[in-house]
Write a protein that binds this ligand. Structure first.
Ligand code: C2E
Ligand code: CA
Ligand code: CA
Length: 677
């Protein structure tokens, strides 16, 4: 069986087994029926012969004389003639006790009737004492022979010869060989046994079919389970475990002088947006289609895997050159970038790919996968829809980032993280109206780090909620210590809107600090409104209802879509410092800023200009009708302890007409900040 299993596919071998078993069962049934019907016919023949003998013994006069002395009287002959055809008997022979033939019924009509001869040779040509007869005389079993008649027209199609004893007074005086016609009898027996055999065979066949199907469906279930253990159910691609095996095998071949190979880690871009906007079913369908597209792009020997979520991996085997890998990556990106039709909707999502090649100095496949992962990370952060190869420098950057992430985790809640406050002034009269809270991290070994370095990191590693909540609470607490007309502005990152409890976090900060909501200003950037606008707008509405004021930060840098301005009634719009910088030098910038201000005013939105560094900029902004000013010239971000809450003197009052201060980084030139503030 085990050899059969090895040689043949499972289903085929089990089918074969059943066919062989069925044939065997059928043959056994046929043999059994054959034997049983023969047995029955023998008994029938014997019974008929015994009855015949019994009658012959009692009714044939002179039978004893005939058998012992070989004398056949006329009356005996007449009697015997009557016995030639009784019921199914159509012929008979008589033998004496020694088995010598005495008489054959066929000869009863002839002139010379057989008599017993001393030599034992009878007229029928039968020789010395017949052994069969001797056995019957000696008291053994009666001898029965079944015959099927092919040619002899004088004989029935089916008959038996039964050797039975002839007795007188309990003594055997001879033996009769009685020919019994069993043609009809056999037909009846055959019919009866045939029916029984057919029923038995049908039952066996039904049982066999049931058994086979049972075995077959068990096998299908087992095969399905084995398949699922190795494949991803959604996409039908290999799962992580079996992909790892394929990788190890490729690595082993490589170490034994086999071909080089590449690992491509692939991650879908904006897949999360599809899931969020269209639901998980649509997301699953996209993943299925991605799996199918991947299969059309790779070569036959390549292996495909879904690592989980929207991450896939490809093992490209037998690569001849790096160029071949780049070509595959380009083809993959092109294939996955085409639109997806899902439920009559057209969805878009691209892919980024990171690649590691077997001949990098990776020690094992885990390290190779890690390298491809690092390359993917870099590809994603350098803009999506691209591929990149691993290089060692990447590794150290990544390690550096991991260390920083670890440090940041520990820094939150300690005095390494603090807030600085940058003053905001009314453009008209330079009255101080509040401060923008800006977070600072003084790293124990690296010193002060700019928010641009750790805010994105906090977003990425999921720390932004904790950090943002801390900033909110700290800023609200600080503002309660300031004169009551001063407000505090807090920056919110897009990630804080994702988890839905921002409203509660803000409410808690106000509650705990006792700061009136109207003194809190929340700054958001356009990027928040790009995806999932409905939810964001609802959150903003709740915050506004609470009484907080909402400002749009960095206006003009991102998508600058004016559409966002009417989607939500902002209280304030902050013109990015990139515009402020060029005011007065570039007519086009003047025109843009003028239109932004007039548009905002027509929507009853106040305008703040960030990054004011020169008196010329102040003049231009005032002339354009800007409402608020903020910048190093008027005040740098400072720790709370250093705040003086003073109105900023005008140019005339300071007596420094047109003074221009060139400062680029508030963090690195704090001494200069002191002189400005
Ligand atoms: P932002 O909200 O636009 O903040 C203003 C940034 O411009 C601050 O940089 C400030 O120091 C700088 N700045 C102000 N006036 C001038 C000027 O006249 N010239 C120049 N060159 N720069 C000026 P900072 O503190 O490095 O913050 C950078 C960004 O980090 C902020 O930009 C804000 O987007 C983000 N950020 C800061 N604190 C937080 C925070 O607590 N939470 C969140 N989510 N983001 C924050
Ligand atoms: Ca801001
Ligand atoms: Ca800004």
């Amino acid at each position: 069986m085990s050899i059969l299993n090895r040689l043949l596919p499972k289903t085929l071998s089990s089918t074969l087994l059943f066919v062989v078993a069925a044939i065997g069962a059928a043959a056994a049934i046929v043999v059994a029926v054959q034997q049983a019907s023969e047995q029955l016919l023998r008994r029938d023949a014997e019974g008929t012969a015994l009855t015949w003998a019994h009658f012959a013994e009692s009714s044939v006069e002179g039978l004893q004389r005939l058998l012992i002395d070989g004398e056949l009287g006329e009356s005996t002959r007449r009697d015997l003639v009557r016995f030639r055809k009784v019921q199914d008997v159509f012929r008979f022979k008589l033998f004496d006790r020694e088995g010598r033939p005495v008489l054959v019924s066929d000869d009863l009509d002839g002139p010379a009737v057989v008599g017993k001869t001393q030599s034992g040779a009878g007229p029928a040509g039968i020789g010395h004492g017949d052994e069969r007869v001797k056995r019957v005389v000696l008291g053994g079993a009666n001898h029965i022979e079944l015959h099927a008649n092919g040619h002899n027209p004088a004989r029935p199609a089916r008959y038996s010869e039964a050797y039975v004893p002839l007795k007188r007074d309990g003594q055997v005086i001879g033996v009769a060989e009685v020919y019994v016609d069993q043609t009809e009898r056999q037909a009846r027996v055959r019919a009866a046994f045939g029916t029984v055999a057919a029923v038995v065979f049908a039952l066996l066949a039904a049982f066999a079919v049931w058994g086979w199907r049972r075995l077959h469906s068990d096998r299908i279930v087992r095969e399905r389970m084995r398949y699922l253990a190795r494949h991803d159910a959604l996409s039908g691609l290999l799962n992580r475990t079996s992909f790892g095996e394929a990788l190890r095998e490729a690595a082993w071949r490589r170490s034994a002088g086999g071909p080089a190979f590449a690992v491509l880690c692939l991650d879908l871009d904006h897949f999360k947006d599809i899931n969020d906007a269209h639901g998980h079913r649509a997301g699953d369908e996209v993943l299925r289609q991605v799996g199918a597209r991947l299969q059309t792009v790779v070569q036959p020997g390549d292996r495909l895997c879904r690592l989980g979520g929207d991450e896939f991996a490809i093992l490209q085997s037998g690569i001849g050159s790096v160029e071949a890998v780049s070509q595959l990556a380009s083809r993959l990106i092109a294939a996955l970038g085409a639109p997806y039709e899902v439920n009559n909707r057209t969805l878009h999502c691209g892919a980024s790919i990171g690649i590691a090649i077997s001949d990098n100095e990776a020690k094992n496949v885990e390290e190779l996968m890690h390298q491809a992962d690092l390359a993917l990370y870099r590809a994603k952060s350098s803009g999506r829809g691209v591929f990149g190869f691993y290089d060692a420098e990447l590794d150290s950057q990544r390690e550096e980032r991991n260390r920083l992430a670890c440090d940041l985790r520990q820094a939150i809640g300690t005095d390494q993280i603090t807030l600085h406050y940058q003053p905001l002034f009314k453009a008209d009269g330079r009255q101080l109206i509040g401060y923008e809270a800006l977070v600072r991290w003084t790293h124990p070994t690296r010193g002060p780090l700019p928010p641009a370095q750790f805010i994105p990191l906090a977003e990425e590693i999921g720390l932004i909620d904790a950090l943002g909540a801390w900033v909110l609470q700290e800023a609200c607490n600080a503002a309660t210590r300031w004169p009551s007309h001063l407000s505090v502005a807090v920056n919110l990152s897009a990630a804080q809107f994702k988890h839905g409890d921002l409203v509660a976090v803000v409410a808690r900060s106000l509650d705990a600090s006792g700061l009136p909501a109207k003194r809190l200003q929340l700054e958001i950037t356009e990027s928040i409104l790009i995806c999932n606008t409905e939810q964001v707008v609802r959150t903003l509405e709740s915050l506004a209802q609470m009484g907080a004021r909402i400002a749009m930060d960095d206006f003009g840098t991102g998508y600058s879509s004016l559409a966002y301005l009417w989607r939500f009634p902002f209280d304030k719009l902050k013109i990015d410092r990139a515009f402020t910088q060029h005011l007065g030098n570039d007519d086009k910038v003047d025109v843009i800023v003028r239109s932004i201000i007039s548009l905002a005013h027509s929507l009853r939105i106040d305008v703040n200009a960030e990054g004011v560094e020169t008196e010329g900029q102040i003049d231009a902004l005032c002339e354009l009708g800007c409402d608020e000013l903020q910048g190093f010239l008027l005040g740098r971000p400072q720790p709370e302890a250093d705040l003086e809450h003073r109105t900023n003197p005008s140019r005339e009052a300071r007596g420094t007409p047109g003074r221009s201060i060139l400062v680029t980084d508030g963090l690195r030139s704090s001494t200069e900040a002191d002189t400005v503030g």
